[in-house]
Design a protein around this ligand. Sequence first.
Ligand code: ADP
Ligand code: MG
Ligand code: MG
Length: 249
Amino acid sequence: NNLLNISNLKVNIEGKEILRGVDLQVAKGEIHVIMGPNGGGKSTLGYTLMGHPQYEIIDGNIEFDGEIINDLKVDKRAKKGIFLSFQYPEEIPGVTVEEFLRTAKTSVSGEIQKIIPFKKLLKEKMNQLEMKEEYASRYLNLGFSGGEKKKNEILQMSILEPKLAILDETDSGLDVDAIRIVAEGVKKLQDREKSIIVITHYNKLLEYLQPDFVHILLDGKIVKSGGLELAQEIDKKGYENIRNEFSNK
Ligand code: ADP
Ligand code: MG
Ligand code: MG
């Protein structure tokens, strides 16, 4: 029972082919990790799944929850339950974290979020992430540390409760304590119905998450899949062997 079924996905950016035939199946409840050298197309895959207009699908299909979504716009995909973590690089003075998240939840769920119940939900999720309460009333990203911005992505995910969460290097630049908290947040979201794709380089996060599959994305293709041991092998030996084996294919 696959939640996500990507077949032969080819994607252009500004006329250049970046994804060159990606195949990936994600069943409900699974955690998948995508690793690979810089520039291989990991973020491109994330943006394409979310429906970013700059990424042009030239071949293949993305099937989500039984529907081909190639032509769906970002907001429709969000309503169907796809979430891509990304930092809001701009600081938004005048909009608090709480207001921002309440608006996002209203938009994605299609249900008005009343102030008092939403405050309660937010408090509960923030507790899980060991975030201080006053954080909710701060202006979005204004003076946030790198770690706070990353936790904010996880907070957003746990409020929106997507069917498929794609986390693109949400862990990079976090200290070990923050990585553990992020991992716990991710684990709490995951259940038999919800799936997660984590784009990351090898680190402690993977050991906490115990992913079902690890995939290597190299030059726009998934060239190898395995379990956590594949990630450990890459950590020891780098991508050189895999490059030698698969470049030109
Ligand atoms: P990764 O996340 O694996 O490091 P990316 O998906 O960010 O890789 O990038 C894959 C390739 O696509 C790189 O060669 C990069 O330069 C190119 N690319 C990514 N985004 C853009 C863009 N917005 N415009 C032009 N080229 C891009
Ligand atoms: Mg990168
Ligand atoms: Mg990237």
